[in-house]
Design a protein around this ligand. Structure first.
Ligand code: NDP
Ligand code: HSE
Length: 439
C-alpha cells in the first residue's frame, strides 16, 4: 500500500519527539498498520536543525503554510501550540483536504467547535490524543472504550507541571519558583508557564474531556479556574496531618442541575490512588454507570510520551483514511447532531466538602462563634483542630466540613471574616472523597 505522507509543523519538544518515534519505531508501526508512514515535509524556523533530525528525503521549509497546502501531504501534525497561527494553519489544512493531528488543548478548548465543524463539513478527521494527559490514551478511552456507558464524572491530575511542583514541595520542601524552573528545563511547562500554575492548561483539558463525556460543545469560558500559585506550604502540611494530599484536579460531573466544570487545588484522602500520583505523572479517574470507576495513569507531559499519543493518532487516521466518514468515531464522541449544550454550574452552585484555615486571636469562645456561624448556614463540621501559635502570635483553626453547597460555605466565611478576633482571609480549599458514585 502507498505510504501515508505526514507534514509536521514545528520541531519543538513534541515535534522532535514525533520525528523520533516515527523513525525509531518505523518497522513496528508498519507491521501494525500494513503501510509505511513517511515524514514527507516538515516546517521549522531552524532548517539546519530540521535537516539533522529528519530522514534525508524529507522536504524542509520554514513556511508552515507550504506544508498545509502541499498536494502530497495526507495528514498534518500541528505541534506549534497557541491559538493564533496554529488555528490558521489547521483551518487552512482542513480547507486543503488534510486530516489533522494536534496536541494543542488550548486551541481545541477555545476553538474546537469551529475546527470540528469545518472538519465534518469536509469529511476530515481531527485527532487530539496528546492534548489531554500527554501519553495516557484517555481520549481513546472516553470516545471508544467507555462508549457503552453513561459517564457520571471525571476527576484528574491533568497538569504535569503543577503536580511536579506540588510533589517536590511536599517531598523535598523545595521552593515553588525553583521547581517551576526545573519543570521548564525538563520540557513539561507551557511556553507561558502561567497557563500551568494558574489552572488554565488543566481547564483546557477538563473542558475537552467534559465535552467528550457528556456530548456537549466545548465551553471553556464557563470553566472555573484556580491554580496552585497561592497555595501555602503550611496548608500542604496541615492537610497531610489530617490524612490528605493536595492535588490540582480538573473535575467535571453531571448533576441534575447542570454540569460541574472546574479546576482547583483539592484535598484528596491519602488512601486514594490518585493522591499518590506524583511528579509529572497524570491520572484520570472516570466514573461511568456500567463499568463503575476506572483509572488511567501515565506520563502527562514530556517529549516522547506526548509524541507516543501524536503518532498513535497518525496511525489511527491512516487506518481510517479510506473509511466512510459516517463510520468514523465522531470528534466529540457523540454524533454531531446529538451534541447538545448543557448548563455549566457557576462555582457557587457546586457541591463539595471544604478545608478552612482561620487565623484567630487567642480568646475564649472563639471556636464556638466560628462553629455557630457555620451552623447558621447548615455547614456541618467533620473535623476541627487548633494549630500552634504562629510567628505573629496568632493560632490557627483548621476545619474540615461535610459536603455542602459552595455558596453556603462562602456566606459563612464572609461572616467569620467579619468577627473582630479573626484575621482575614480565611483560607478555603475544596475537598473530594473520590469514592463511590458521587466521587
Ligand atoms: P515548544 O515550544 O517546545 O515547540 C513549539 C514549536 O513550534 C517551536 O519550537 C517552533 O518550531 C514551532 N513554533 C511555535 N510557534 C511558532 C511560530 N509562531 N512560528 C513558527 N514556528 C513556531 O512546544 P511543545 O513542543 O512543548 O508543545 C507543542 C504543543 O504540544 C503545544 O500545543 C503544547 O500545549 C502541546 N503539548 C505539549 C506537551 C509537552 O510535554 N511539552 C504535552 C502535551 C501537549 P521550530 O523550533 O522547529 O521552529
Ligand atoms: N504543560 C503541560 C503539563 C504539558 O505540564 O501538563 C502537557 O499537556
Amino acid at each position: 500500500m502507498k505510504p501515508i505522507n505526514i507534514g509536521i509543523l514545528g520541531l519543538g519538544t513534541v515535534g522532535k519527539g514525533a520525528v523520533e518515534v516515527l523513525q525509531d519505531n518505523a518497522a513496528e508501526i508498519s507491521r501494525r498498520l500494513g503501510r509505511e508512514i513517511n515524514i514527507f515535509m516538515v516546517s521549522s524556523r531552524d532548517t539546519e536543525k530540521a535537516r539533522s533530525i529528519c530522514p534525508p528525503n524529507t522536504l524542509i521549509t520554514n513556511d508552515p503554510f507550504e506544508v498545509v497546502r502541499h498536494p502530497e501531504v495526507d495528514i498534518v501534525a500541528e505541534l506549534f501550540g497557541g491559538t493564533d497561527i496554529a488555528r490558521k494553519l489547521i483551518l487552512e489544512a482542513l480547507e486543503h483536504g488534510k486530516h489533522v493531528v494536534t496536541a494543542n488543548k488550548k486551541l481545541l478548548a477555545e476553538y474546537g467547535n469551529e475546527i470540528f465543524a469545518l472538519a465534518e463539513k469536509n469529511n476530515l478527521m481531527v485527532q487530539f490524543e496528546a492534548a489531554v494527559a500527554g501519553g495516557i490514551p484517555i481520549i481513546k478511552a472516553l470516545r471508544e472504550g467507555l462508549a457503552a456507558n453513561n459517564i457520571q464524572s471525571i476527576a484528574g491530575i491533568i497538569n504535569g507541571t503543577s503536580n511536579f511542583i506540588l510533589s517536590e514541595m511536599r517531598e523535598k520542601g523545595s521552593a515553588f519558583a525553583d521547581v517551576l524552573k526545573e519543570a521548564q528545563a525538563l520540557g513539561y511547562a507551557e511556553a507561558d508557564p502561567t497557563f500551568d500554575i494558574e489552572g488554565h492548561d488543566a481547564g483546557h483539558k477538563i473542558t475537552i474531556m467534559s465535552a467528550l463525556a457528556f456530548g456537549t460543545p466545548m465551553n471553556f469560558e464557563a470553566c472555573y479556574l484556580e491554580g496552585i500559585s497561592r497555595l501555602e506550604s503550611r496548608d500542604i502540611q496541615y492537610a497531610e496531618e489530617l490524612g490528605y494530599r493536595i492535588k490540582l484536579l480538573g473535575i467535571t460531573r453531571k448533576t441534575e442541575q447542570g454540569i460541574e466544570l472546574r479546576v482547583h487545588p483539592t484535598l484528596v484522602p491519602e488512601s486514594r490512588l490518585i493522591a499518590n500520583v506524583n511528579g509529572v505523572m497524570n491520572a484520570v479517574r472516570v466514573d461511568a454507570n456500567m463499568v463503575g470507576e476506572t483509572l488511567y495513569y501515565g506520563p502527562g507531559a514530556g517529549s516522547l510520551p506526548t509524541a507516543s499519543s501524536v503518532v498513535a493518532d497518525i496511525i489511527d487516521i491512516s487506518r481510517l483514511i479510506s473509511a466512510d466518514s459516517g463510520n468514523r468515531v465522531p470528534h466529540l464522541a457523540f454524533q454531531p447532531t446529538q451534541v447538545q449544550k448543557q448548563r455549566i454550574l457557576p462555582i457557587e452552585e457546586i457541591t463539595s466538602s471544604y478545608y478552612l484555615r482561620v487565623r484567630v486571636e487567642d480568646k475564649p469562645g472563639v471556636l464556638g462563634r466560628i462553629a455557630g456561624l457555620l451552623a447558621d448556614e447548615s455547614v456541618s463540621i467533620e473535623a476541627l483542630i487548633q494549630k500552634g501559635v504562629q510567628d505573629d502570635s496568632t493560632p490557627e483553626i483548621v476545619i474540615l466540613t461535610h459536603s455542602t453547597q459552595e455558596k453556603k460555605v462562602k456566606k459563612a466565611i464572609a461572616a467569620i471574616e467579619d468577627l473582630p478576633f479573626v484575621h482575614k482571609p480565611v483560607v478555603m480549599i475544596r475537598m473530594e472523597s473520590l469514592h463511590g458514585r458521587q466521587g
